[in-house]
Design a protein around this ligand. Sequence first.
Ligand SMILES: Nc1ncnc2c1ncn2[C@@H]1O[C@H](COP(=O)(O)OP(=O)(O)OP(=O)(O)O)[C@@H](O)[C@H]1O
Ligand SMILES: [Mg+2]
Length: 294
Amino acid sequence: MSDDTSMNETPTIETHTEAKSTDDRSPASEADADVAGMDDQSIGEETVIEARDLSVFYGDERALQPVNVEIPDRQVTAIIGPSGCGKSTFLRSINRMNDMIDVARVDGELLFRDTNVYGEAVDPVALRRAIGMVFQKPNPFPKSIYDNVAYGLRIQGKDDDLDEQVESALRRAALWDEVSDRLGESALDMSGGQQQRLCIARAIAPDPEVILMDEPASALDPVATSQIEDLIEELARDYTVVIVTHNMQQAARISDKTMVFLTGGELVEFGDTSRIFENPDNQRVEDYITGKFG
Ligand SMILES: Nc1ncnc2c1ncn2[C@@H]1O[C@H](COP(=O)(O)OP(=O)(O)OP(=O)(O)O)[C@@H](O)[C@H]1O
Ligand SMILES: [Mg+2]
């Protein structure tokens, strides 16, 4: 698994969607079956994030054409596309990280469980606990391993069973066995792959519903990349994962749904990963996936 992470050759892409067990997912109600705007196997899937004519501008420059998409609960949705096409912009719009960029302006609606996250009543800090984020470069705090994971819990005053909660988050991030005897050591002394799993543990400790990841493995070696990929598939049992990746084999391996953005900030295609990679509707998507451009 770790020897084919290069995306430079024209990929023979195998998708995992068919093999994935959905047994442990809670059954959706009848009403949830009515999810307009989603193609492929959308029946029975519950939507957790929905964009309605969502546009993002930086100053006068439009970075995203109006995006309409419904992202299903407890699956992995991959976002792919060439550099500068708006992948990070879209990802950041989901938990209002674009608020941090002065010139950024958002138009349209982004619904998280039917609440428009750009509504006046929404507290962006609380939103980001429910929709956590992991970045390309691991960014642990210059604190101990334990304090990194405990950080969000302490802020929320959820520090009753702190030891158990820290252990649980580290276990869910597949890191516990490697760090259980060195929790007091600095997070900065860990390897890059361990630091990234620590950042994942930090993001899941406050028990979010959604985890956004922007190229979380692109700074890691193949072994650490493979560990992160395994972890992402595991996390999707409990969380909705939305991941930007430049690595198309990675998208094909780990995601259930794929969004393809192309130059100009246009969401050109969205659907089941297996179909997008094997039989895309759009010729430009096919050209991109087969490496003819991008
Ligand atoms: N902070 C910013 N200020 C101004 N323009 C920005 C800012 N961030 C992104 N942009 C512009 O918005 C467009 C989309 O950028 P974005 O970073 O979302 O692309 P991306 O698909 O994530 O690219 P990459 O694959 O290189 O990470 C680009 O034209 C970029 O120059
Ligand atoms: Mg980006």
